[in-house]
Design a protein around this ligand. Structure first.
Ligand SMILES: Cc1ncc(COP(=O)(O)O)c(C=O)c1O
Length: 437
């Protein structure tokens, strides 16, 4: 028996490898007391199949940027699906949305849509190889994730199944270290097609680094690809590149672009993007072409979401909210005597929050205990702990701050009793990229 009459899933692992369709939704990334499945969401709240309500800070792997079931987005979607969702020729929304994105993202001279960030970034990699006639990719050592395709997976510890020949084509450089990047470029002269990175580092970011990186890459004949799947439409309407006024050759967007609906975009320089077009006489380059590329629901959601993000004050509001969350965390860690266990980095609007062990490394046991206690206090966090959306308004933030204080008190007690592992009643949450289960 897998699904009971009330919809509760009892043994999803017997049907679905990993028990979820995304590793970071799986049992090994949540504490044992987390809801097994979620059946509904509205605004900043989600409900599990037994009717329990939680304040949600996971926001569907950071894709829900406005809030669950946002009325304006959903109205646009309903109208789109009543018109038929897929056609044999382009639908008008393709050009309208491409024009909108080109008008808000300065580096977007041309736009190509897909349904997920992985495909967009893999397409950018192929395009860079096509444009430069080179094979090597240099990617940052600080990615949360750059997609499901071999070019990236082959460069992780979870590289089983990726051919050795493919693995050898992706090298890494240290984020924030231009000297290391230069050494890598010099070590592989005339071989690097692209330098690929998430523009925001986990703990440090600077426009000077990004400008220096672009200059260095260009000096060595390589293109620069910004993967803005996470930072795009999140830290600024034009992503990190807009915030810092820098111009990559190609960039990719996903997640926040369509409030949780499936949509991604590869954007960039006209001369490079045109290689995927039909108006040149060179050899053809196969650029992101799929049955669902012009599927209308995602496009309609993207149009409504970007319009909403552009018209409002959401980025300022989100920054204020995240400052309050970080203050609540820092205050509680200090008050309960474990201040040295908290590490916060990144931008105020998109902070990276870690709980450390006595050795200064991320402490997954303490993180699990904290997530566990937040669940007991009615708040659902995910792998990245807090992901802000427009629906995280005052009341929600105030309730979350109370939950933070109570949970950190509990965490401090577990640490003092030396019972963190015992108190989480199962294995600690684990990072997706690890060699063994
Ligand atoms: C930086 C980055 N790139 C690419 C991806 C892949 O996006 P998707 O899951 O939409 O394929 C992710 C997903 O988390 C990501 O964080």
């Amino acid at each position: 028996m897998v699904v009971k009459k009330d919809g509760l899933i009892t043994d999803i692992h017997s049907l679905i490898p990993g028990g979820a369709h995304t590793y970071s939704r799986g049992d090994d990334t949540f504490p044992a007391n987390a809801p097994k499945s979620l059946s509904r969401g509205k605004g900043a709240y989600v409900w599990d199949t037994t009717g329990r309500r939680f304040i949600d800070w996971g926001m569907a792997l950071r894709s829900v940027s406005l809030g669950h079931a946002h009325p304006k987005v959903d109205r646009a979607v309903i109208s789109a699906l009543r018109s038929g969702v897929n056609m044999s020729r382009p639908v008008p929304e393709e050009a309208i949305l491409a024009r909108l994105i080109a008008s808000v993202v300065p580096s977007a001279e041309m736009v190509k849509f897909g349904k997920n960030g992985s495909d967009a970034t893999a397409a950018a990699v192929r395009l860079a190889r096509s444009a430069t006639g080179r094979d090597l990719i240099l990617r940052s050592d600080e990615p949360d994730f750059l997609g499901i395709h071999d070019w990236f997976i082959g460069s992780t510890v979870m590289d089983r199944g990726v051919p050795t020949a493919v693995k050898q084509l992706t090298k890494t450089f240290k984020y924030g270290d231009l000297g290391d990047l230069e050494n890598q470029l010099k070590a592989h002269p005339n071989q690097v097609a692209a330098v690929v990175l998430e523009p925001l580092g986990k703990f440090s970011t600077s426009p000077e680094f990004l400008r220096g990186l672009i200059a260095l890459a260009h000096e060595h004949g390589a293109l620069v690809i910004f993967d803005e799947t996470v930072s795009g439409f999140r830290v600024h309407i034009a992503g990190a590149q807009g915030l810092f006024d820098v111009r990559p050759d190609l960039s990719t967007f996903g997640k926040a672009i369509a409030n949780g609906y499936a949509l991604s975009a590869l954007v960039g320089r006209r001369d490079v993007m045109e290689l995927g077009g039909i108006r040149h006489s060179e050899d053809r380059t196969f650029l992101m072409s799929s049955t669902y590329g012009s599927e209308r629901v995602g496009l309609a959601a993207g149009l409504a979401t970007i319009s909403e993000l552009r018209s409002g004050t959401i980025f300022r509001q989100n920054e204020r909210v995240m400052r309050r969350i970080v203050e609540a965390m820092a205050g509680a860690f200090d008050y309960h005597g474990i201040g040295a266990r908290l590490k916060v980095g990144g931008l105020p609007i998109s902070p990276n929050i870690s709980i450390l062990g006595p050795d200064g490394e991320v402490d997954f046991r303490a993180k699990t205990r904290f997530m566990w206690l937040m669940i007991e206090n009615g708040v659902l966090l995910s792998q990245h702990l807090f992901s802000v959306a427009g629906a995280h308004r005052n009341r929600v933030v105030a309730k979350t701050s109370v939950a933070i204080d109570q949970s950190i008190r509990g965490l401090a007690e577990s640490i003092k009793r030396d019972s963190v592992l015992e108190d989480i009643q199962d294995l600690p949450v684990q990072p997706v990229f690890r060699r063994k289960n």
